[in-house]
Design a protein around this ligand. Sequence first.
Ligand code: SF4
Length: 464
Amino acid sequence: MKSIRENCGVFALYSTEPAAHEIYQGIDFLQHRGQEYCGIATYDGRIHQVTHHGKVLNSFTDRDLRNLPGQWGIGHVSLRERQPVKWQSLMGDIAVAFSGNLLNAEALMQEMMAQGRAFWRGYNIELISMLILQERDPVAGLTALAGKVRGAYSLVALNQEGVYVARDVYGFRPLILGRGPGKFAVSSESRALQNLELEPVRDVKPGEIVLLDRRGFTTLKQLESPRRAHCAFEWAYTASIDSVIDGLPVLAARNHLGACLAQRDAREGGPAADLVAAVPMSGIGHALGYHAHSGLVYQEVFLYNRYADRSYTQATQVAREQMAKRKLSVLHHAVRDKSIVLCDDSIVRGTQILNKVRDLKAAGARAVHVRVACPPLMYPCDFGISTRTYEELMARRYCFQGDITNMTQLRDLEAWVAARIGADSVRYNSLEAFVEALGLPREHLCLKCWDGRRPWPVSAAGAF
Ligand code: SF4
């Protein structure tokens, strides 16, 4: 079976008017969540579907949108696979799309294959669809799905009734409801709602199953949620800065994380710098928070190429490096002879930050002090963000055994990273500072990137 790790976004609309054009805009506003594939399915007595390899604006045509009639539908953007997927079943026609990743997909598929089921490509979406469709109706199917899978999913399913919406019982991936005159919508991020002049109403609760139809939002079932485990990386990096996720604005979260780095520098007699700058785009909120707390001048030092993709979503290291180079160019006049505090959201492999420090120094920067909003990344994500492995994680290469558990270890790691990337100093937020800056209860967050813990108890067999 393929080892798929999705990074993606979903959008759905139920409207009194043809829906395709707004769904098209909705998934475009979620493009940062996945740039490889996009797709829309609508319903007007039967399901119509168009998917593409490529970005939304580059691949959908007027003709595509004309071929998507109907007043309700779902859309998807993805890094790794085409969705929505359309099925004919005893339940009737249905199209399904989801954001997330399942951990026990392999075991479930083996179990189902032993019962005579067949899979086409072994993608998570096939398994999810089959688990839903083997029940008598969508609610029973979504309930069965929650009971069987371990992992993250924010899901939309389209049929003759409207759009079914479900979030896994931990609420890993975001999902928010919105409305406007004659319209009801759901989106992976609130920015798609706001930019379509829809009012964000509330987050879908972990374990909640909702139907969007002409009556609005109806909670059809609330499954038991053992605890929340919202992905903390959403606020630090993944989500767009204009979104609000589970009640916490991404901008405020990044400002707080940047302020926290400034506080640490103030406590520890940090660098006498001339300016604070960001690695665009996801470092900007952190740098502004650093600036607001420290009073240090905020200055852009990189010009962002809006036509380049997020480099981590490229499939190979060579492609990632080429894309990172295309993405940012140095504003030479702003950096010459300057001592710079450079804020970034996280260090994954270390390649990009090494290149940025090198570029700034080549342009004449006197010193570059790197400040990182996230604590050192020690574990790969199991729940649908990027394709990191242990071997790729820079901090894991340093502490190949054990985690960072105190400030002495953190300082040792920082000195090691600074030497490798050519920075004059490196500081990360500690995990404690990171959680405090987000301001959400620790037990409501997934922090597995940093502490290695999945949110459920380890079974006797050690599974999952
Ligand atoms: S492992 Fe990391 S990226 Fe994945 S859901 Fe948890 S916090 Fe988010």
